[in-house]
Design a binder for this molecule. Sequence first.
Ligand SMILES: [Zn+2]
Length: 345
Amino acid sequence: MTVKPGVANSLSLVEDQPEPAPEEGAILVEALAVGICGTDHEIIAGEYGEAPPAEDRLIIGHESLGRVLEDPTGTLQPGDLVAGIVRHPDPVPCPNCAVGEWDMCRNGQYTEHGIKALSGFARDRWRIEPQFAVKLDPALGRVGMLLEPTSVVAKAWDHIERIGHRAEWQPQTVLVTGAGPIGLLAALLATQRGLTVHVLDRATSGPKPDLVAALGASYHTVPVNDLPFDPDVVVECTGAPTVVIDVMCKAAPTGIVCLAGVSSGGRSIDFDAGALNRALVLENNVVFGSVNANRRHWNMAAQALSRADQSWLESLLTRRLPVERYAEAYAPEQGDIKVVLEFGS
Ligand SMILES: [Zn+2]
Protein backbone atom coordinates (compact mmCIF):
# COMPACT_ATOMS: atom_id res chain seq x y z
CA MET A 1 0.00 0.00 0.00
CA THR A 2 1.67 3.20 -1.10
CA VAL A 3 1.04 6.91 -1.38
CA LYS A 4 2.82 9.80 -3.02
CA PRO A 5 3.42 12.05 0.03
CA GLY A 6 1.85 15.48 -0.28
CA VAL A 7 -0.50 14.36 -3.08
CA ALA A 8 -4.10 13.86 -1.96
CA ASN A 9 -5.75 10.52 -2.71
CA SER A 10 -2.66 8.94 -4.27
CA LEU A 11 -3.24 5.72 -2.30
CA SER A 12 -2.55 2.68 -4.47
CA LEU A 13 -1.84 -1.02 -4.18
CA VAL A 14 1.43 -1.62 -6.03
CA GLU A 15 1.79 -5.24 -7.10
CA ASP A 16 5.35 -5.40 -8.42
CA GLN A 17 7.33 -4.24 -5.40
CA PRO A 18 10.73 -5.88 -4.86
CA GLU A 19 11.35 -7.97 -1.75
CA PRO A 20 12.42 -5.83 1.24
CA ALA A 21 16.15 -5.10 1.05
CA PRO A 22 18.42 -6.88 3.59
CA GLU A 23 19.61 -3.44 4.75
CA GLU A 24 16.11 -2.86 6.16
CA GLY A 25 16.78 -5.36 8.94
CA ALA A 26 17.95 -8.88 9.75
CA ILE A 27 14.51 -10.22 10.65
CA LEU A 28 12.24 -11.13 7.72
CA VAL A 29 8.56 -10.94 8.61
CA GLU A 30 5.40 -12.07 6.82
CA ALA A 31 2.67 -9.44 7.33
CA LEU A 32 -0.56 -10.59 8.96
CA ALA A 33 -2.32 -7.26 9.37
CA VAL A 34 -2.01 -3.52 9.84
CA GLY A 35 -4.31 -1.27 11.83
CA ILE A 36 -5.51 1.99 10.28
CA CYS A 37 -5.60 5.26 12.22
CA GLY A 38 -6.08 9.01 11.82
CA THR A 39 -2.43 9.49 10.83
CA ASP A 40 -2.99 7.17 7.83
CA HIS A 41 -6.00 9.27 6.82
CA GLU A 42 -3.89 12.45 7.04
CA ILE A 43 -1.15 10.85 4.94
CA ILE A 44 -3.70 9.73 2.33
CA ALA A 45 -5.15 13.26 2.28
CA GLY A 46 -1.65 14.53 1.40
CA GLU A 47 -1.34 16.50 4.65
CA TYR A 48 1.45 14.48 6.19
CA GLY A 49 4.06 11.85 5.38
CA GLU A 50 7.52 11.72 3.79
CA ALA A 51 8.96 9.12 1.40
CA PRO A 52 12.36 7.50 2.09
CA PRO A 53 15.29 9.40 0.54
CA ALA A 54 15.48 9.00 -3.25
CA GLU A 55 12.00 7.42 -3.46
CA ASP A 56 8.85 9.16 -4.58
CA ARG A 57 6.34 6.83 -2.94
CA LEU A 58 5.93 5.91 0.72
CA ILE A 59 4.79 2.46 1.81
CA ILE A 60 2.28 3.24 4.56
CA GLY A 61 1.14 1.25 7.61
CA HIS A 62 2.60 1.71 11.09
CA GLU A 63 0.33 -0.44 13.31
CA SER A 64 1.90 -3.79 12.43
CA LEU A 65 1.40 -7.45 13.17
CA GLY A 66 3.49 -10.11 11.47
CA ARG A 67 4.96 -13.58 11.77
CA VAL A 68 8.71 -14.13 11.72
CA LEU A 69 9.92 -16.04 8.65
CA GLU A 70 13.63 -15.93 9.44
CA ASP A 71 15.92 -14.33 12.00
CA PRO A 72 19.60 -15.17 11.50
CA THR A 73 20.43 -13.30 14.73
CA GLY A 74 18.49 -15.87 16.78
CA THR A 75 16.64 -13.15 18.72
CA LEU A 76 13.27 -14.43 17.50
CA GLN A 77 12.19 -17.81 16.18
CA PRO A 78 10.37 -18.52 12.90
CA GLY A 79 6.65 -18.45 13.65
CA ASP A 80 6.90 -15.87 16.46
CA LEU A 81 4.35 -13.06 16.36
CA VAL A 82 6.05 -9.68 16.08
CA ALA A 83 5.28 -5.98 15.78
CA GLY A 84 7.71 -3.35 14.51
CA ILE A 85 8.55 -0.28 16.60
CA VAL A 86 7.53 2.73 14.53
CA ARG A 87 10.01 5.45 15.43
CA HIS A 88 13.78 5.27 14.98
CA PRO A 89 16.24 7.64 16.70
CA ASP A 90 17.55 10.68 14.88
CA PRO A 91 21.06 10.31 13.37
CA VAL A 92 22.70 13.14 15.36
CA PRO A 93 21.60 11.80 17.94
CA CYS A 94 20.00 14.21 20.40
CA PRO A 95 20.52 13.50 24.14
CA ASN A 96 17.23 11.58 24.40
CA CYS A 97 17.62 9.50 21.23
CA ALA A 98 21.18 8.72 22.38
CA VAL A 99 19.76 6.75 25.33
CA GLY A 100 16.89 5.08 23.44
CA GLU A 101 14.25 7.69 24.30
CA TRP A 102 13.35 8.42 20.68
CA ASP A 103 9.81 9.20 21.84
CA MET A 104 11.30 12.30 23.49
CA CYS A 105 13.41 13.34 20.45
CA ARG A 106 14.62 16.92 20.79
CA ASN A 107 15.47 17.83 17.20
CA GLY A 108 12.63 16.28 15.17
CA GLN A 109 15.02 14.40 12.88
CA TYR A 110 13.68 10.99 13.94
CA THR A 111 12.21 8.70 11.26
CA GLU A 112 9.02 6.62 11.42
CA HIS A 113 7.94 3.49 9.52
CA GLY A 114 5.04 4.25 7.22
CA ILE A 115 5.01 7.93 8.17
CA LYS A 116 8.36 9.70 7.92
CA ALA A 117 11.21 8.56 5.63
CA LEU A 118 10.99 4.83 6.44
CA SER A 119 8.94 2.23 4.55
CA GLY A 120 5.85 1.07 6.41
CA PHE A 121 4.40 -2.33 7.25
CA ALA A 122 1.42 -2.50 4.84
CA ARG A 123 3.19 -4.92 2.48
CA ASP A 124 3.36 -8.72 2.24
CA ARG A 125 6.82 -8.97 3.76
CA TRP A 126 8.91 -6.52 5.77
CA ARG A 127 12.24 -6.49 7.57
CA ILE A 128 13.26 -5.08 10.92
CA GLU A 129 16.34 -5.05 13.17
CA PRO A 130 16.03 -7.02 16.44
CA GLN A 131 16.14 -3.88 18.62
CA PHE A 132 12.98 -2.60 16.88
CA ALA A 133 11.10 -5.93 16.91
CA VAL A 134 8.68 -6.64 19.77
CA LYS A 135 7.66 -10.25 20.36
CA LEU A 136 3.98 -10.79 21.11
CA ASP A 137 2.16 -13.41 23.17
CA PRO A 138 1.01 -16.14 20.69
CA ALA A 139 -2.54 -15.58 21.99
CA LEU A 140 -2.55 -12.10 20.38
CA GLY A 141 -2.67 -13.45 16.82
CA ARG A 142 -5.90 -11.65 15.98
CA VAL A 143 -5.40 -8.40 17.89
CA GLY A 144 -1.64 -7.81 17.98
CA MET A 145 -1.85 -4.82 15.64
CA LEU A 146 -3.24 -2.99 18.69
CA LEU A 147 0.27 -3.01 20.18
CA GLU A 148 1.26 0.29 18.53
CA PRO A 149 -1.69 2.35 19.85
CA THR A 150 -1.30 0.57 23.20
CA SER A 151 2.37 1.61 23.34
CA VAL A 152 1.26 5.23 23.06
CA VAL A 153 -1.04 4.94 26.10
CA ALA A 154 1.53 2.84 27.99
CA LYS A 155 3.90 5.79 27.68
CA ALA A 156 1.18 8.22 28.76
CA TRP A 157 0.54 6.13 31.91
CA ASP A 158 4.27 5.72 32.59
CA HIS A 159 4.70 9.49 32.57
CA ILE A 160 1.52 10.10 34.59
CA GLU A 161 2.93 7.80 37.30
CA ARG A 162 6.37 9.39 37.23
CA ILE A 163 4.79 12.84 37.64
CA GLY A 164 2.42 11.56 40.34
CA HIS A 165 5.30 10.35 42.48
CA ARG A 166 6.68 13.88 42.86
CA ALA A 167 4.73 13.79 46.19
CA GLU A 168 2.46 11.44 48.15
CA TRP A 169 -0.01 10.25 45.51
CA GLN A 170 -3.12 8.11 45.88
CA PRO A 171 -5.18 8.61 42.72
CA GLN A 172 -8.64 7.05 42.62
CA THR A 173 -10.61 8.59 39.77
CA VAL A 174 -9.62 8.78 36.10
CA LEU A 175 -11.38 10.65 33.32
CA VAL A 176 -10.63 9.68 29.72
CA THR A 177 -12.03 12.10 27.15
CA GLY A 178 -12.67 10.57 23.71
CA ALA A 179 -13.66 6.92 23.22
CA GLY A 180 -11.69 6.21 20.05
CA PRO A 181 -9.02 3.48 20.05
CA ILE A 182 -6.53 5.57 22.07
CA GLY A 183 -9.14 6.59 24.65
CA LEU A 184 -10.47 3.05 25.03
CA LEU A 185 -6.95 1.62 25.41
CA ALA A 186 -6.09 4.37 27.93
CA ALA A 187 -9.22 3.33 29.86
CA LEU A 188 -8.15 -0.34 29.68
CA LEU A 189 -4.76 0.50 31.21
CA ALA A 190 -6.51 2.58 33.90
CA THR A 191 -8.72 -0.37 34.88
CA GLN A 192 -5.63 -2.60 35.02
CA ARG A 193 -4.32 -0.15 37.66
CA GLY A 194 -7.43 -0.65 39.80
CA LEU A 195 -8.67 2.93 39.30
CA THR A 196 -12.27 4.10 38.99
CA VAL A 197 -12.59 4.94 35.32
CA HIS A 198 -14.92 7.37 33.56
CA VAL A 199 -14.98 7.83 29.78
CA LEU A 200 -16.55 10.84 28.10
CA ASP A 201 -17.50 10.94 24.42
CA ARG A 202 -20.14 12.57 22.21
CA ALA A 203 -21.50 9.27 20.81
CA THR A 204 -24.81 8.17 22.31
CA SER A 205 -25.13 5.08 20.08
CA GLY A 206 -22.76 2.68 18.33
CA PRO A 207 -20.26 0.38 20.06
CA LYS A 208 -18.57 2.89 22.42
CA PRO A 209 -20.98 2.80 25.41
CA ASP A 210 -20.90 -1.01 25.52
CA LEU A 211 -17.11 -1.19 25.14
CA VAL A 212 -16.72 1.16 28.10
CA ALA A 213 -19.28 -0.74 30.20
CA ALA A 214 -17.48 -4.01 29.44
CA LEU A 215 -14.38 -2.55 31.11
CA GLY A 216 -16.40 -1.86 34.25
CA ALA A 217 -16.05 1.87 33.56
CA SER A 218 -18.74 4.59 33.41
CA TYR A 219 -19.72 6.25 30.13
CA HIS A 220 -20.72 9.92 29.96
CA THR A 221 -21.95 12.18 27.17
CA VAL A 222 -22.47 15.38 29.21
CA PRO A 223 -20.17 18.42 29.01
CA VAL A 224 -17.00 18.07 31.16
CA ASN A 225 -18.23 20.72 33.60
CA ASP A 226 -21.39 18.73 34.33
CA LEU A 227 -19.54 15.60 35.46
CA PRO A 228 -20.38 14.89 39.13
CA PHE A 229 -16.73 14.29 40.20
CA ASP A 230 -13.29 15.90 39.92
CA PRO A 231 -10.78 13.45 38.40
CA ASP A 232 -7.34 12.82 39.92
CA VAL A 233 -6.03 11.93 36.47
CA VAL A 234 -7.27 12.97 33.03
CA VAL A 235 -6.15 11.40 29.77
CA GLU A 236 -7.36 13.81 27.10
CA CYS A 237 -7.68 12.07 23.72
CA THR A 238 -10.01 14.35 21.71
CA GLY A 239 -7.76 17.35 20.97
CA ALA A 240 -11.00 19.40 20.93
CA PRO A 241 -10.01 22.86 22.24
CA THR A 242 -12.97 23.36 24.61
CA VAL A 243 -12.55 19.85 26.07
CA VAL A 244 -8.82 20.47 26.56
CA ILE A 245 -9.46 23.68 28.50
CA ASP A 246 -12.39 22.23 30.46
CA VAL A 247 -10.45 19.19 31.72
CA MET A 248 -7.57 21.41 32.89
CA CYS A 249 -10.06 23.33 35.04
CA LYS A 250 -11.94 20.20 36.15
CA ALA A 251 -9.01 18.18 37.54
CA ALA A 252 -8.93 17.63 41.32
CA PRO A 253 -6.23 19.20 43.53
CA THR A 254 -2.81 17.64 42.71
CA GLY A 255 -4.48 16.43 39.51
CA ILE A 256 -2.53 15.37 36.45
CA VAL A 257 -3.81 16.09 32.95
CA CYS A 258 -2.14 14.17 30.12
CA LEU A 259 -2.84 15.66 26.69
CA ALA A 260 -2.68 12.83 24.15
CA GLY A 261 -5.02 14.19 21.45
CA VAL A 262 -3.72 16.40 18.66
CA SER A 263 -5.70 19.54 17.83
CA SER A 264 -5.85 20.73 14.24
CA GLY A 265 -5.26 24.34 15.28
CA GLY A 266 -6.59 27.44 13.58
CA ARG A 267 -9.64 27.79 15.82
CA SER A 268 -9.73 30.29 18.68
CA ILE A 269 -11.87 30.01 21.78
CA ASP A 270 -12.43 32.46 24.60
CA PHE A 271 -11.29 31.37 28.02
CA ASP A 272 -10.08 32.93 31.24
CA ALA A 273 -6.33 32.24 31.24
CA GLY A 274 -5.95 33.88 34.63
CA ALA A 275 -8.50 31.56 36.24
CA LEU A 276 -6.77 28.56 34.69
CA ASN A 277 -3.40 29.72 35.99
CA ARG A 278 -4.90 30.25 39.42
CA ALA A 279 -6.41 26.74 39.45
CA LEU A 280 -3.16 25.09 38.36
CA VAL A 281 -0.96 26.99 40.85
CA LEU A 282 -3.22 26.81 43.89
CA GLU A 283 -3.93 23.10 43.41
CA ASN A 284 -0.44 21.91 42.38
CA ASN A 285 -1.86 20.56 39.13
CA VAL A 286 0.21 19.38 36.18
CA VAL A 287 -0.69 19.48 32.50
CA PHE A 288 1.64 17.71 30.08
CA GLY A 289 1.72 16.43 26.51
CA SER A 290 2.59 12.87 25.50
CA VAL A 291 3.31 11.33 22.11
CA ASN A 292 4.86 8.15 20.72
CA ALA A 293 6.64 5.46 22.78
CA ASN A 294 10.06 3.93 23.30
CA ARG A 295 11.05 0.27 23.60
CA ARG A 296 10.27 0.13 27.33
CA HIS A 297 6.71 1.32 26.63
CA TRP A 298 6.27 -1.21 23.80
CA ASN A 299 7.22 -3.97 26.27
CA MET A 300 4.75 -2.57 28.83
CA ALA A 301 2.07 -2.51 26.13
CA ALA A 302 2.76 -6.14 25.16
CA GLN A 303 2.22 -7.14 28.81
CA ALA A 304 -0.95 -5.05 29.08
CA LEU A 305 -2.44 -6.67 25.96
CA SER A 306 -1.61 -10.19 27.25
CA ARG A 307 -3.43 -9.42 30.51
CA ALA A 308 -6.50 -7.97 28.77
CA ASP A 309 -9.71 -9.79 27.86
CA GLN A 310 -9.00 -10.97 24.30
CA SER A 311 -12.65 -10.80 23.25
CA TRP A 312 -12.83 -7.15 24.41
CA LEU A 313 -9.72 -6.35 22.36
CA GLU A 314 -11.24 -8.11 19.38
CA SER A 315 -14.42 -6.06 19.71
CA LEU A 316 -12.33 -2.89 19.14
CA LEU A 317 -11.65 -4.18 15.61
CA THR A 318 -14.95 -3.16 14.09
CA ARG A 319 -14.00 -3.98 10.48
CA ARG A 320 -11.41 -6.43 9.13
CA LEU A 321 -10.86 -6.42 5.37
CA PRO A 322 -8.46 -8.24 3.05
CA VAL A 323 -5.85 -6.07 1.37
CA GLU A 324 -7.67 -6.30 -2.00
CA ARG A 325 -10.51 -4.30 -0.41
CA TYR A 326 -8.17 -1.53 0.74
CA ALA A 327 -10.34 1.26 -0.70
CA GLU A 328 -13.16 0.29 1.69
CA ALA A 329 -10.76 -0.19 4.58
CA TYR A 330 -9.24 3.29 4.23
CA ALA A 331 -12.64 4.99 3.84
CA PRO A 332 -13.92 5.87 7.34
CA GLU A 333 -17.42 4.64 8.24
CA GLN A 334 -19.85 5.53 10.99
CA GLY A 335 -19.30 3.27 14.00
CA ASP A 336 -15.66 2.45 13.21
CA ILE A 337 -13.39 2.03 16.19
CA LYS A 338 -10.37 0.33 14.59
CA VAL A 339 -10.29 -0.89 11.01
CA VAL A 340 -7.77 -3.59 10.10
CA LEU A 341 -6.30 -4.53 6.73
CA GLU A 342 -5.40 -8.22 6.56
CA PHE A 343 -2.61 -9.78 4.49
CA GLY A 344 -2.12 -13.31 3.12
CA SER A 345 -4.64 -15.98 3.96
ZN1 LIG B 1 16.40 12.78 18.82
